[in-house]
Design a protein around this ligand. Structure first.
Ligand SMILES: COc1ccc(C[C@H]2SC(=S)NC2=O)c(OC)c1
Ligand SMILES: [Zn+2]
Length: 261
């Protein structure tokens, strides 16, 4: 049986060959957000987002997702307010998606999957000297999650989609020097927030999650553009980059708060 398990594990994408849960993990992500169990917190502030589009650096395919990375050497692109004690600096954003539209998001709402989910990753540069340090601290990171649903074409996303063929293979990168990711965040201020973790190794429990209630709309061609990316490097047998989301994790002793009634 253990050799069967080993064989099954070997069939998994490297992302999931490591343990799916970390021993002793009490605040793992993603989770299902049960709307009726979330608790309205009147003390939650509005989230303030101020990004400088010229801090955008490049897009790269890291073999798990495609990331748009930002110059985080100054406080030019930051978020503040919401559930956060400090301001946090934008480091990168990336997406998770499925092979088909029935699944793809990491978080679910009342057990409903969305076809994709955007993560905007920020780190606490007020208290920690580097992103790598912040990744190891309970209040080190703040990730804004935005659900993508099938609908109208998203013009802001299209500039990103047009660049994807150039990063089709793992470890390819292209310059991408002006992009304002706030165009990917719904204007509706409503969000849920909870204490969680990275959703890929090292799975550290360092993320304050801010999950926007309203999804953004993207069209089928834009989702298909995500699905033509590859997990594999040029010259390797092609494996389509799809289903790059972690399974749901137990809520354990956590409450999800909402910024709205
Ligand atoms: C070593 O530090 C890391 C490693 C991996 C990711 C990406 C994961 S975590 C997340 S949220 N979604 C993802 O796919 C990081 O992002 C903050 C940070
Ligand atoms: Zn992510």
């Amino acid at each position: 049986a253990c050799s069967q398990k080993k064989a099954r594990n070997a069939a998994l994408h490297p992302l999931w060959q490591s343990p799916l849960t970390i021993p002793g993990g009490t605040r793992q992500s993603p989770i299902n957000i049960q709307w009726r169990d979330s608790v309205y917190d009147p003390f939650l502030k509005p989230l303030k987002i101020s990004y400088d589009p010229t801090t955008c650096l490049h897009i790269w395919n890291n073999g798990y997702s495609f990331l748009v990375e930002f110059d985080d050497s100054t406080d030019r692109s930051i978020i503040i307010g919401g559930p956060l004690e400090n301001q946090y600096r934008l480091k990168q954003f990336h997406f998770h998606w499925g092979a088909i539209n029935d699944w793809g998001s990491e978080h679910t709402v009342d057990s409903k999957f969305y076809p994709a989910e955007l993560h905007l990753v920020h780190w606490n540069a007020v208290e920690y000297p580097s992103f790598e340090d912040a990744v190891m601290e309970g209040n080190g990171l703040a990730v804004i999650g935005v659900f993508l649903k099938l609908g109208a074409r998203h013009e802001g996303l299209q500039t990103l989609v047009d660049a994807l063929p150039a990063v089709r293979h793992k470890d390819t990168v292209i310059e991408f020097d002006v992009f304002d990711p706030s165009c990917l965040i719904p204007s509706c201020p409503d969000y849920w927030t909870y204490a969680g973790s990275l959703t890929t190794p090292p799975l550290t429990e360092s993320v304050t999650w801010i999950i926007k209630k309203k999804p953004i709309e993207v069209d089928e061609d834009q989702l298909e553009a995500f699905r033509m990316l590859l997990f594999t490097s040029d010259g390797e047998e092609e494996k389509r980059m799809v289903d790059n989301f972690r399974p749901l994790q137990p809520l354990m002793n956590r409450t999800v708060r909402s910024s709205f009634r």
